[in-house]
Each structure stands twice: as C-alpha cells, then as structure tokens.
Write a protein that binds this ligand. Structure first.
Ligand SMILES: NC(=O)c1ccc[n+]([C@@H]2O[C@H](COP(=O)([O-])OP(=O)(O)OC[C@H]3O[C@@H](n4cnc5c(N)ncnc54)[C@H](OP(=O)(O)O)[C@@H]3O)[C@@H](O)[C@H]2O)c1
Length: 301
C-alpha cells in the first residue's frame, strides 16, 4: 500500500481528504501537534517543527506528502499572529524538507496547499490565472514563500503540486457556517459595495483535486482550486438567504464599519478577485459543483 503522509490532517480539508484516500486504498498516516484523545482511525505521529521534533518512523516510506498544516487566517491579524500564520506553513515545510533530506526519504510527490490569496484581493474584471505574478501584500508574500518551500522538495526528486485554494464551502464548519449565521438570525447583509468577487469551491471538488494530484503524475506546479462560477458578495449573500428561505432587509454594511471590526484582514471581506479554473479543468478535472446554486443546494438542506 502506498503511504500518504498528511500534515494538518485533522482540519476541515484534511479530515475529508484522509478518509477519501483511505477508502481508495492508500495507507494514510498523519502528523499532529498532539496525540488525539480518542483513538484515531489513522496512525499519527507527533511533530513540533518549532523545536525540531518529529516522532520516529513518521516519514518512513512516504509515497506522497500532503502539506495542509497552517494556523487559521480567520483570526485577527496582529503582528504576532501574522508570524504564526507564516511560520506554521513555511517553517513547518522547511522542517519536513530537512528531515526528509537527513533521513534520505524521497517521496514521489509533495502536494502543498496554497491559496488564491497569492493574486491579492482585487475587485476588477481581470481574471487571474496561474501565470499571473503574486501580489506584494501579506497573503501574497505568505503564499509565495509557501510555494517556494514546496518546490524545495524537487531537490529530493519529488513532483511538486501547489493547490491554490479558494474559500472552501462545506456542510459543517468553515466559511459557510460563518456566512449563514447572521442570515439565519435575520441580520444578514451585503458587505461594503457587494461587488467584490468571492472565489469558492465545494469541499468535495477540492478533495477530488487533491486525489487527482496524488494519482495524475502529469500534474506539476500551481493549480487554482476554484469553481468556474464567478459570484460576488451581493450574489453570494442573496443566494444563501434564498436557500435558507430568508430575506436580506438590512442595507449594505459600510466598509468603514467592517474595517473597524476586522482591521487589516477586512480586505478578505471587502475585496475579492476573479480566479480562473481553466487549468485544472483542462487537466481533466470535472467539477461536481460548478455553480454556486448546485453547491448551496447540496450544502444547505
Ligand atoms: N478552508 C479554506 O477555505 C481554505 C482556503 C484556502 C486555503 N486553505 C488552506 O488549506 C490548508 C488546510 O485548511 P483547513 O481549512 O483544513 O484548515 P483548518 O481546518 O484550520 O486545519 C488546519 C490544520 O493545521 C494544523 N495547525 C493549526 N494551527 C497550526 C500551527 N500553528 N502550526 C502547525 N499546524 C497547525 C491543525 O492540525 P493539528 O492540530 O492536528 O496539528 C489543523 O487541523 C490550510 O493551510 C489553509 O490555509 C484553506
């Protein structure tokens, strides 16, 4: 059985991906910061990249390493927390690379999460594709360094794939819960102008992209993981409300209010780019949820 080692496997994406890979016959093993209290379905190894620790055997026989670990970007971006967002993705990848080098481990592939935040949050008609340069802002810098660390694994002979992920919509947890809550309480409102794009993907489609990246050896480099349907914040808010059988009666929340509440990270709510899904579609991926209507009908029942 081929061993897939996953960091950040206990999170929103990792949980579903681990299960799907296991069902497809892979030997899934996971890196965790602390041992799960309840018995886990998968062999887990404790790692602590900050203190250079990884349990013996964790890396042995790794066929594919999937790097999902990272502190959430949804907490207020203080300077200290920005460091944690950065280090948990970049220093952790560097640590695994050095350990693999030391232990003479050569995975066939390393698949790293990245994010569409690499292009910046730019509300315009431009459609960003994988050839566009990174933005020179905080998330652009994080994603650039994250992908550079992933590409380091090429020195071990690994095929490297970076999955530039958009906001993941899922049944439980993640962004959709946060988006639904005020609407369910009849306090939903469009944010700012409402024109900002909201690049999104259904969790099942994202998991399919990761599985394809494991199995399709022709995949290499960066791929946007985003549904083909462009929606802005106004359409998103109205469609969620319609699916919940609710009305949006409040006026748009002004930008300055959101900026005062969220600080620097308000850019995630107030601006957003159009992102192309063409490359991943051309690679043969068929979206199960290519429109927001289909995704919401599946996720909000
Ligand atoms: N969900 C989205 O909408 C979205 C969009 C774009 C990109 N992504 C990226 O995809 C990856 C996985 O996303 P997700 O939504 O599954 O995230 P998640 O639910 O927040 O899970 C991330 C996992 O990373 C580990 N982690 C958390 N803080 C850490 C830290 N300080 N140092 C090291 N590991 C830490 C945790 O695993 P343990 O506690 O087991 O160690 C956690 O389960 C992340 O890198 C994220 O940035 C997600």
């Amino acid at each position: 059985m081929k061993k897939i080692l996953i960091s950040g496997a206990t999170g929103l994406i990792g949980k579903k991906l681990s299960r799907k890979l296991f069902e497809r016959g892979y030997q899934v093993e996971i890196l965790v910061r602390s041992k799960p209290e309840n018995k886990s379905d998968f062999t887990s190894y404790v790692w602590d990249y900050e203190n250079g620790f990884i349990e013996d055997g964790a890396l042995d026989g790794t066929y594919t390493f999937i790097h999902l670990a990272g502190a959430s970007i949804s907490k207020r971006w203080t300077e200290a927390y920005k460091k944690e967002i950065y280090n948990s993705r970049i220093n952790s990848a560097q640590f695994i690379f050095e350990e693999m080098q030391k232990q003479n481990i050569h995975p066939e592939a390393v698949i790293s999460s990245s994010a569409v935040g690499i292009y910046g949050q730019i509300t315009s008609t431009q459609i960003f594709s994988e050839n566009d340069p990174p933005a020179a802002d905080f998330l652009g810098n994080v994603c650039t360094a994250w992908e550079e660390k992933a590409h380091q694994f090429e020195k071990l002979g690994s095929r490297v794939v970076c999955i530039r992920t958009s906001t993941v919509l899922s049944e439980k947890g993640g962004a959709l819960d946060a988006l639904k809550k005020p609407i369910e309480l009849n306090f939903g409102a469009v944010l700012g102008s409402g024109d900002q794009y909201f690049p999104w993907i259904h969790l099942d489609d994202l998991v399919s992209i990761y599985i394809k990246a494991v199995e399709d050896v022709s995949m290499e480099g960066a791929y946007n993981a985003v549904a083909p349907d462009f929606v802005n914040n106004r359409e998103l808010t109205r469609k969620i409300a319609a699916q919940l059988d609710k009305k949006i009666w409040l006026p748009n929340i002004p930008k300055f209010v959101i900026k005062a509440i969220l600080g620097e990270m308000s850019v995630l709510a107030l601006e957003g780019s159009r992102i192309s899904s063409r490359k991943i579609e051309n690679s043969g991926l068929q979206f199960g949820y290519d429109t927001l209507d289909k995704a919401l009908a599946d996720l909000i029942t």
